[in-house]
Design a protein around this ligand. Structure first.
Ligand SMILES: Cc1cc2nc3c(=O)[nH]c(=O)nc-3n(C[C@H](O)[C@H](O)[C@H](O)COP(=O)(O)OP(=O)(O)OC[C@H]3O[C@@H](n4cnc5c(N)ncnc54)[C@H](O)[C@@H]3O)c2cc1C
Length: 418
């Protein structure tokens, strides 16, 4: 198979967003996807678009909190101990990044990327006239302890300092905005600029639009090797022995990106962060807004007539099996905060599993790969892939077209840990 255009590996939101902008810029684009393209992380997630999330995962206090959570089988976090040099290096960089300095440096960048992305998503909605249930209503961080609320207020103040609108609400003020929902909280913070979508709907419709505009997506085709010549990637080889040649190659392989990059002798520190969701088609109550049960890190998102709960972060490699303890932890969190839900309301729903591509410093990897003139990457978006992918896709299209982008920064360089 010969192609003189752009080859993107991975048809998740990172790959599809990059394809959208490169196709609009006039490039011939092919996406190679190892599966049906529907069992990746970009489908069953919580669908929150979060300009408020200006604190990277690696931040002060996260390591001690993580260690406490490791002792509780139903907690939202787990790392499976294993002898892996990649995991040890990732953990070491995570520890080094968990500083106030890193939080201060990352905040303005995340704000800019997330706000740009939200605006781009609004343009995509207008451009392609597709409905993906994009609700620009804001997001609540619900707190059921005074300590939890004090922590969320600290974050809200940081957001306000960065110019991100944030409010601190009493339970009565939450009730006025969300009258149908009973929720046991001491208070909440509220971010009016946040939004939510139906992620599977966005993915299906965006792929259909780009295919109509000429992007080719080759499903069930796994890239197994990368052929390089000096500073150029020449082609990729697939499991069915096809050769895809191209002028430019972009890694959007999500949680599988480090093994993909190793085919071109490049190291990318990345761990898969497994999360789960369950979707209730007929929930006892369907809120209008999306929200996060702050102390338990469980999300709730209304999507059309359904309601989705999501959460947990398990660093266990690319194993997608369901850990029943984590699912009961998620359900118990829902029951603790939301008295309108009974245990049986949460039973009998299929559990969706997704692998988030997580960098150790909580920032994505977007940009040119060192040592190559035609190789780029867009991954590592971790818990914010739906929120960040449009700006990463635009950034990549700018880099390919002009060699620079106003969204670019050394903080998200794919080469920053080399
Ligand atoms: C429970 C949960 C809740 C979440 N909630 C939110 C949220 O509310 N808001 C938000 O912004 N983000 C959220 N996220 C994060 C978001 O879902 C991810 O960051 C995002 O989907 C990652 O997209 P991606 O394109 O990088 O990876 P993926 O969607 O996983 O796509 C990567 C693709 O690459 C393909 N691939 C890999 N290797 C190869 C190869 N060798 N050859 C060919 N194809 C290959 C894979 O098959 C896959 O389809 C959540 C994640 C989880 C798990």
């Amino acid at each position: 198979m010969s192609n003189n255009g752009i080859i993107i590996i991975g048809a998740g939101i990172a790959g599809v967003s990059a394809a959208y902008y490169l196709n609009r810029a006039g490039y011939e684009v092919t996406i190679i996807e190892k599966s049906s393209g529907r069992d990746n992380c970009s489908y069953g997630n919580a669908g929150m678009i979060v300009p408020s999330h200006i604190i990277p995962l690696s931040s002060p206090g996260m390591i001690s909190k993580g260690l406490r959570w490791m002792l509780d089988a139903e907690s939202p976090f787990y790392i499976r101990p294993r002898l892996s040099l990649d995991l040890l290096q990732w953990l070491w960089k995570f520890k080094q990044s968990s500083t106030e300095k890193h939080v201060e440096e990352s905040g303005p960048l995340l704000r800019d990327l997330l706000m740009a992305s939200r605006d781009l998503l609004i343009q995509i909605e207008l451009d392609v006239e597709i409905d993906f249930s994009f609700k620009k209503k804001g997001l609540f961080m619900f707190c059921n302890t005074d300590y939890g609320l004090s922590k969320e207020i600290e974050i809200a103040k940081k957001a306000l300092n960065l110019g991100i609108p944030a409010e601190i609400l009493s339970p009565e003020e939450v009730k006025k905005l969300e009258p149908a929902l009973d929720i046991k909280i001491v208070g909440a913070t509220y971010y009016p600029n946040d939004a939510h979508i139906h992620p599977g709907s966005l993915m299906e419709k965006l792929k259909s639009i780009i295919e109509k505009r000429g992007v080719r997506i080759s499903y069930n085709t796994q890239v197994t090797d990368i052929i390089t010549n000096g500073e150029k990637v020449e082609s990729v080889i697939t499991s069915d022995n096809q050769t895809f040649t191209g002028k430019t190659f972009i890694n959007c392989a999500g949680a599988w990106s480090s093994s993909f990059m190793s085919m071109a002798d490049r190291k990318l520190l990345l761990q898969a962060g497994k999360g789960y969701s369950i979707t209730l088609e007929n929930p006892p109550v369907r809120p209008d807004y999306c929200g996060i049960l702050s102390e338990k890190k469980v999300t709730l998102t209304p999507m059309y007539n359904s309601l989705r709960f999501a959460g947990t972060m398990e660093i266990v490699g690319t194993d997608t099996s369901v850990n029943p303890k984590k699912i009961s932890g998620l359900k118990n969190s829902v029951l603790e905060y939301l008295p309108q839900f009974e245990a049986e309301d949460l039973e009998g729903h299929e559990v969706w599993t997704g692998l988030r591509p997580c960098s150790p410093d909580g920032l994505p990897y977007v940009g040119a790969v060192a040592g190559y003139s035609n190789f780029y990457t867009s991954t590592g978006h971790a818990m914010m892939g739906m929120s960040l992918a449009p700006s990463s896709g635009k950034l990549l299209a700018d880099l390919v077209m002009y060699g620079k982008s106003e969204l670019n920064s050394d903080l998200i360089s794919p080469n920053r840990f080399n």
